[in-house]
Design a protein around this ligand. Sequence first.
Ligand code: ZN
Length: 440
Amino acid sequence: KYTRLGGTAPKGVLLIGAPGTGKTLLARAIAGEAGVPFFSMSGAEFVEMIVGVGAARVRDLFKQARENAPAIIFIDEIDSIGRARGPMSIGGSSEQEQTLNQILTEMDGFSGREGVIVLAATNQPDVLDKALLRPGRFDRRVVVNLPDKIGRKAILEVHTRKVPLAGDVDLADLAATTPGLSGADLKNLVNEAALLAARRGQDDVRQKDFLDALEKIVLGPERPLLLTHDDRERIAYHEGGHAILGLVVPGADPVHRVTIVPRGQALVVTYQRPQTDRYNYPEAYLRAKIVGMLGGRAAEEIVYGTKTTGAESDIEQATNIARNMVTRWGMSDKLGMVQLASRQNGYLAAGFAGPKPFSEETGRTIDAEVQRIIDECHADAMRLLAARRKELDALVAALLARETLGEQEILEVTGLPPAPELASRPLSEAALAARDRTRS
Ligand code: ZN
């Protein structure tokens, strides 16, 4: 159809997406739908190979496909061979480079009439050698995103086909509860739920099994740990601080549960999950997140007047968001919309060994701006928590008695309504003036 009008059919298609999003399945499905043979290899296989073997395998693969054309070739994890060739490799070429060159040679050898299409998958398109992306090679790019709510429901339906479900199982509700989970994660969720149901001696899998399995996947298994009375109380205040702020900071994610039972890596966790799938984060939402993260330490400071190491991962996450706001998302009025860190390496400003892409002075401003955001959010956390001391004490008493509280229990114990809607932060005066100028 294409060649009739003088066009050339595309030869290479690059599937881009996070691990577990189903790039391999998609490639297989294309071959299945088209009813053509499917030849695949994984880039990772070549990393440790003896020099020359990779290139030979590539030659072989393309030869087979050509003989069986029309056919589809699939190269998984192409980034492990297709990484940009650095200046280091002048002289003797590495196995990786030879394999890459062979792929390029084979693709250039196609006229487009052989009926062979090469699909490749990667989760790091930005590290790929530019030569791979040139016209006539992988010039089509298909982004395979994490599934949305409808997609997640469909995926759950597929994986539960052979699972006996109890009448109370609501896959649509499970899909709504699992934003951010990939197809592979959902498959794992179904399996964990089935294992739980079996361990509980049931004949079918119930909604509760799914929800418990989800908690286990997201938070890690519960583990017993003896805590002193003082530790328990301090932890309860720390977690209570997070939970209260989850209720009073506008735009905060709803607090799903709060517990002082240690789980997985984290000593304790307050589990907040976003209401909906998000593709775009407003500045006010990011600030709400930071305020909530600093709430654990703020509660400890208010109640005990001292600090502990318990806030380490909170501080790490909060700093990370604040730094990204300043260096990647143009949310500092002082620095404006200048990219100061790469998307790939968010820590460019903090731990990059090579030359920084900005001056010493800008570096100092970045540090100061990150500091300012954290300080402002910390002050917000202190102020909001101090005003809710009564509710915080009530929550802590309930936590010490019951250890784990669900969403409804948290609302009952504190008597607080769920967090109000997000109001966006108004633009700065300079930005307002600029906007008015463009209007007039
Ligand atoms: Zn914390």
